[in-house]
Design a protein. Structure first.
Length: 92
């Protein structure tokens, strides 16, 4: 699956990592729902770190649609809240 981190680019993440990404996404959603700023930053960082570490960067000149779009590392709680849907940032 192709995951875009805004401001960084795309990563080709193995489909087998979806469960782990959903776990981390749930932590981000819980922090946003609770307006818990102290938990939000580390939860978002863990999600983005998992994408970076388990995925391979997609070449900048490749024209590939993203399956998921994640906020930038410096995204605020309010900015991320605007991106969330019922399934979080990563549906499933």
């Amino acid at each position: 699956m192709i995951v875009r981190i805004l401001g960084e680019g795309q990563f080709d993440v193995p489909d087998g990592r979806l469960d782990r990404l959903n776990e981390l996404d749930s932590a981000v959603q819980a922090a946003v729902d609770a307006a818990d700023e102290p938990a939000f930053g580390p939860a978002l960082a863990a999600l983005l770190d998992e994408v970076r570490s388990s995925g391979a960067p997609v070449a900048d000149d490749a024209l590939t649609d993203s399956d998921f779009i994640l906020p930038p590392a410096d995204g605020t709680l309010d900015e991320v809240k605007a991106l969330l849907n019922d399934d979080g940032l990563i549906p499933g």
